[in-house]
Write a protein that binds this ligand. Structure first.
Ligand SMILES: [Zn+2]
Length: 402
């Protein structure tokens, strides 16, 4: 490539990035909270948020001091900055952006409470929705019991390195599904010649379907790292799992190979050293996503993070391998898998997190049969159900305390 061409190529890429950023600012206006109020007394207190839009939310309790935390999909606050005084069982509350994508409300409790109910009242006629939380006074013993049980299946190292967000044991497991590539990173173009699809489209379509199937079970809350055709850094993908205190992270991809006859799914886990040459080459390709986007990889906080990751790695890897085994069993019952369906390599997207994770290559876009099947809902349903069954078995084994 001549220098001139290189410059113009970079220029085009910059313009594309700018367009993506501008588009996301224009179209992704988050819901806004327009009012917050408290009612009730020292036995029962109701907290109401008026929201334009319908952000997903989850709640959990924290002790020392007693608090209730409500996490919402990112919202803007049209009720003034900061905090407000309480009433009834609530001393006061604070709110703000917790991490990109998540807004948080912390209620400081006067007395220990449980959330008796929480529900949404849809506002009709253009009125805002109301998120309603009813708190009931309980004993400190009962409050302490409502905190997440000691992480029996996780080492203490893991629990200290995670954010101190503790979910009530009855709450849903949080699964982060990561549709590989996106935006100006199309992923592999192996299928373009066959039926005009690029990897980024297959991964998004399949991931949305996986989310639907997992959530329909009622046992999982699924967060997609992206729900549209947008670029995300590999590190930001894994951060979604970390910041949401996810229970599992699954990165979804579709492979390409020079031999069109090769087909079938492969499940990858993270290791320093690849299980084989093919896995090593695949990881190198997948890890290029950030390089393609011209992302600056230098980040000082990585040093601190890497120390933590070294501590949690072994336990996290063991859990990842257990799930990979379950998924391999389930997938082989449902779709074509490669002969050696479990492999490992040094994947950047699996590296930066203290959350058990796998990377699923659903099949080969360079294989005409796979390319066709992967875009069909029936196949995507089979993959979704295999992921669901494997998660059920995994959590039954590792967290049998609900
Ligand atoms: Zn990929």
């Amino acid at each position: 490539m001549y220098p001139n061409q290189f410059i113009s190529f970079r220029f085009i890429i910059s313009v594309l990035i700018l367009m993506v950023l501008t588009a996301s600012q224009v179209f992704a206006a988050p819901p806004s909270v327009t009012a917050a109020r408290l009612g009730g007394d020292d036995n029962k207190t109701r907290f109401v948020l008026e929201v334009n839009g319908s952000p997903a939310f989850r709640t959990f309790s924290l002790a020392n001091p007693n608090r209730i935390v409500i996490d919402l999909d990112e919202v803007t606050w049209d009720i003034g900055p900061g905090g407000a005084t309480g009433r009834g069982l609530i001393n006061n509350y604070r709110y703000g952006l917790y991490t990109p994508g998540t807004s948080r409300i912390v209620l400081d409790l006067k007395n220990p409470v449980r959330i008796a109910t929480s529900f949404v009242i849809k506002g009709d006629g253009g009125k805002a929705d109301r998120l309603v939380f009813d708190f009931e006074r309980i004993t400190q013993t009962a409050f302490n019991a409502s905190l997440s049980r000691p992480a029996a299946a996780r080492s203490s190292v893991i629990s200290t390195s995670r954010t101190p967000a503790i979910r009530a044991p009855s709450s849903k497991k949080v699964i982060v599904i990561d549709p590989g590539h996106g935006g100006h990173d199309p992923g592999n173009l192996g299928g373009v010649r066959i039926n005009g699809i690029s990897e980024k489209n297959v991964t998004l379509s399949a991931s949305r379907n996986i989310k639907r199937i997992l959530e329909a079970s009622g046992r999982y809350r699924v967060i997609l790292t992206r729900d549209r055709d947008v670029f995300l850094r590999l590190r930001d993908r894994s951060l979604v799992a970390h910041n949401n205190n996810a229970d599992f992270f699954i990165s979804i991809h579709a492979d390409a190979f020079r031999l069109p006859s090769v087909r079938g799914a492969t499940i990858y886990t993270l290791t320093e050293k690849a299980s084989d040459r093919e896995a090593e080459l695949l990881a190198a390709r997948e890890n290029k996503a950030d390089v393609i986007a011209g992302v600056d990889m230098g980040d000082e906080s990585d040093i601190v993070q890497n120390i933590l990751i070294d501590l949690v790695k072994q336990e996290t890897m063991n859990l990842s391998n257990r799930y990979a085994q379950e998924l391999s069993n389930e997938l082989s019952k449902a779709v074509t898998v490669r002969k050696r369906s479990l492999r490992s390599a040094n994947f950047a997207v699996l590296k930066g997190i203290d959350v058990p994770s796998v990377l699923l290559e659903m099949g080969y876009l360079t294989n005409p049969t796979d390319a066709k099947l992967l875009m069909q809902k029936e196949t995507q349903d089979k993959i979704g159900r295999a992921i669901l069954n494997a998660l059920d078995q995994y959590f039954e084994e590792n967290y049998a305390y609900n």
